[in-house]
Design a protein around this ligand. Structure first.
Ligand code: PMV
Length: 311
């Protein structure tokens, strides 16, 4: 069995598509898993995904993104093709938690392991990026990177060269409460809307992205110093900027306000927006209080997760 973690973008989403830095965190305790078992000779690969509600022959649904991923990996690495791949995932889909990237990463790792091969994280990340493009169009690459490397990262696209990817220092453990709006929003919709607005008024959006970049730089320092109070303030600022960029929603605003009123150090939407999840930074003692407040405010699911200190 191979597994891969969920992820959250701590700060910098959307601006990251336009060359600004972002910070992403793997969530070690919320995972997708893939298991490969042999299937009858000549049948070819099958995918069984009980949580996604399906079981299908890859050959019969060749345009499905997961089918395409499986075909690509088996062909490129000469792996056994008569396999049944079972996927399970505890990660809500279309919610900003990297479900697609985690499932794809687990599948690639498991198919390779079954064929007696391994690849470094950078190469797995590149394969998953290709697969993510089928869902999202023009993803920045941050999701596949944080999931495949499974460590907190600083990520920045650069013209004409690979993205800058650096591990970041977490000075003290972080407690995050995640609240799900229950609204499923495919990443490409808000990403496409932001692109249209940016094209219509580049100066305004470039200025907003620059403000996001500034707070992401400050957040990196606050993380390294273990300064949760400053980090919380920066997350609140990031939420305001995401509102200005036009990717928040009534539910996301309501949940972030509820978390702050219940004593969170900071709260923001996480991921592409218009739905999906928000995150609140809190002390570990306060986490159950924040989770209860989010539930009372209408969150369909709440999760408490801890990001370990590095080094
Ligand atoms: O996949 P999500 O919902 O976590 O959002 C992706 C983050 C964006 O910055 C909005 C898009 C991207 O490709 O980086």
């Amino acid at each position: 069995m191979a597994t891969a973690p969920a992820k959250l973008i701590l700060c910098g989403e959307h601006a990251v598509v336009y060359g600004r830095p972002a910070i992403a965190l793997p969530l070690a305790d919320i995972r997708a898993t893939a298991t490969v078992a042999p299937s009858p000779a000549g049948r070819g690969p099958m995918i069984h995904a009980p949580d996604l509600g399906g079981r299908w022959h890859v050959a019969e649904q060749p345009t499905d993104p997961l089918s395409r991923l499986v075909i690509t990996v088996i062909e490129r690495f000469g792996l056994p093709a008569d396999v049944e791949i079972t996927i399970r995932s505890a990660i809500p889909i279309a919610s900003g938690m990297g479900s697609g990237a985690a499932i794809a990463t687990a599948i690639v790792r498991e198919l390779l392991a079954y064929g007696g091969q391994t690849l470094p994280p950078a190469e797995i990340s590149a394969i998953v990026y290709e697969s993510e493009r089928a869902y999202h169009g023009t993803p920045s690459g941050i999701d596949n990177t944080v999931v495949a490397f499974e460590q907190p990262i600083w990520f920045q696209r650069r013209p004409d060269q690979p993205p800058l990817i650096e591990p970041i220092v977490i000075g003290t453990p972080l407690t995050l409460v995640i609240g799900d709006t229950g609204v499923r929003s495919p990443t490409r919709l808000p990403v496409g809307a932001v692109r249209e607005r940016w094209q219509a008024d580049p100066a305004r959006y470039e200025a907003l992205f620059d403000q996001v970049a500034k707070l992401v730089v400050a957040a990196r320092t606050a993380l390294a110093e273990g300064d949760a109070v400053t980090l919380g303030r920066l997350l609140n600022t990031n939420h305001e900027l995401l509102r200005d960029i036009g990717v928040s929603s009534a539910e996301l605003d309501y949940l972030t306000t509820a978390a702050r009123s219940a004593g969170a150090l900071g709260a923001k939407l996480a991921g592409a927006g218009w739905g999906g999840v928000m995150l609140a930074l809190t002390t570990s003692d306060q986490a159950p209080v924040i989770a209860a407040a989010l539930q009372a405010a209408g969150a369909t699911t709440t999760l408490v997760t801890t990001i370990a200190a590095t080094g």
